[in-house]
Design a protein around this ligand. Structure first.
Ligand code: NYM
Length: 211
């Protein structure tokens, strides 16, 4: 079969409030899996390297004004523009470790007051993750971690609201990990969950959000 790998890769998403440690844990997980000789790539949303990503980035830096619905659809379109590449990678046996996905998309927009069903609808048909690791931290604790940056959304009251919406979205693919444990312990738990998911996803076809 040449280069083609008959085992598909896993779609593993890390989610959580701003400052929960997702980005650090994503890169540690990628290094760990690479060390095991697995084919793995690090992804993130928003992907700021596309034209749509550039619009999102400017919005987040408070450089542009867009209404909530428009921004929601841009975040969503930013996932859609990566969907077929994502599918190809997974089918070719590459595991993707993704820093934020549709759960951020829905939670952040719903926290602004948009209807949750309206928020979910355009995410329909994106690839469903095999595993969502939710790094749980209270909004208060997150805000104490060196403080928030200057981007939009990085405020305590708003993060409380986001946390509420994450709760509503939890489903059977979620594993909650306490983000306040020592980083090595968080890392270890995520490694185990990821290895388990990479094993078990091989018997499951790719499926779509939100079913
Ligand atoms: N965010 C992220 C959304 O509002 N909707 C989305 O669909 C995604 C993927 O963007 N505060 C928000 C959450 C973050 C911000 O993300 C930028 P990051 O991970 O800080 O680059």
């Amino acid at each position: 079969k040449g280069e083609h790998n008959d085992k598909r890769g896993a779609l593993i998403v890390l989610e959580g409030l701003d400052r929960c440690g997702k980005t650090t844990q994503c890169s540690r997980l990628v290094s760990f899996l690479e060390g095991r000789g697995l084919s793995v790539e690090s992804w993130r949303f928003p992907d700021r390297n596309t034209d749509i990503g550039g619009m999102i980035s400017s919005y987040l830096a408070n450089g542009s004004k867009l209404d909530d619905q428009t921004v929601h659809l841009l975040f969503c379109a930013n996932r859609w523009e990566k969907r077929s590449l994502m599918e190809n990678k997974l089918r070719n046996g590459t595991t993707l470790i993704v820093d934020r996905y549709s759960y951020s998309g829905v939670s952040f927009s719903a926290a602004k007051g948009l209807d949750i069903q309206w928020c979910k609808a355009p995410e329909n048909g994106l690839i469903a993750p095999d595993l969502v690791v939710f790094l749980e931290i209270s909004p208060e604790e997150a805000s104490r971690r060196g403080g928030y940056g200057t981007e939009r959304y990085e405020q305590l009251e708003f993060q409380r609201n986001v946390a509420k919406h994450y709760q509503i979205l939890q489903d059977s693919t979620w594993k909650v990990v306490d983000a306040c444990l020592p980083p090595e312990s968080v890392e270890k738990q995520i490694q185990e969950l990821a290895l388990e998911s990479i094993q078990s996803c091989q018997n499951k076809p790719l499926s779509a959000l939100w079913h």
